[in-house]
Design a protein around this ligand. Sequence first.
Ligand code: NAD
Length: 332
Amino acid sequence: MKITFFSTKPYDKEFFDKVNQDFKFELEYFETHLGPHILNVIVHSDAVCAFVNDTLNAEVLESLSKKGVKYIALRCAGFNNVDLEAAKRLGIRVSRVPAYSPEAVAEHAMAMILTLNRKTHKAYNRVREQNFSLNGLMGFNLYQKTIGVIGTGNIGTAFAKIAKGFGAKILAYDITENQELKDLGIEYVPMDKLLSDSDIISLHCPLMDSTHHLIDKESISKMKENVMIINTSRGGLIDTKAVIDGLKSKHIGYLGIDVYEQEEKLFFRDLSHTIIEDDTIQRLMSFPNVLVTAHQAFFTEEALHQIATSTLTSLSNFEANNEFENPNAVLV
Ligand code: NAD
């Protein structure tokens, strides 16, 4: 099987080449994003391997189908960038990596909380300049604070367990409740109660029509003053303009985002020598109480190894018409 990769970075190549020693597929790598502009490079490929910001709308899928592509393997968990209906209509099978390392993302969410709270990023710079003053670095104890978790799937569950380890009270909201968390004393509450009672709110649900702009002017108005919002899930969960207003009015005390609504034009690239035209991200980055990371929550050795293994296993299963060990890996 020939697999054409898009949005490839050196670390993708390193892990896929290593894992492919067991599969012996023909791998072809392109650094560019997948979209209508690049389809001509796909020749005699059976499968396309894509990442979070690649475009897999009906137009792209139709062209892929005409070129004989039978499989799409997403090397990520989220699949909001794929038109699954179109894939089904065209008979293209689609897989994803449902749970490569939930702990990687959950631990990054907690790292963002601790950084924003204890200001270690500022302390690091300060001390290097021989400024040993503590003014402006005061944080708060997580112990006995209330942390709201929206979405308690793989990542939300891992995050809730970590947060519980700090002695915080955990409130959860999901459309399906996880008994394992309830057994640990984590309380499921209606969304409005989670919003009104939480000192910290961490988003772990997927981006869908029903969750688009879940955090907007109205939901922010229900939150505690000085609330901390963490988003390691998908940028579209947050109405960025409403959050900027919340930061300016000081209703939102801290914001940590690993994902951003318009991230496909920015993230995963070195733009240090260019003029950024996106005024919204520039405004966000100008706040001292905002921490932006560029979709790195998944980025651990363990996760990359698991992503490569799971992606190539799915393609092997498609080819051999095998049953999937984890049915959640199959989208179409
Ligand atoms: P998952 O499918 O295991 O869990 C998602 C949970 O959200 C499920 O329990 C589901 O019931 C719940 N949910 C669905 N609709 C909801 C709603 N309207 N309100 C509340 N909850 C709802 O997914 P996961 O593996 O935990 O991943 C969660 C998200 O994290 C993914 O969709 C992806 O977008 C994001 N993600 C980000 C990174 C990163 O590097 N930043 C890496 C992996 C995944």
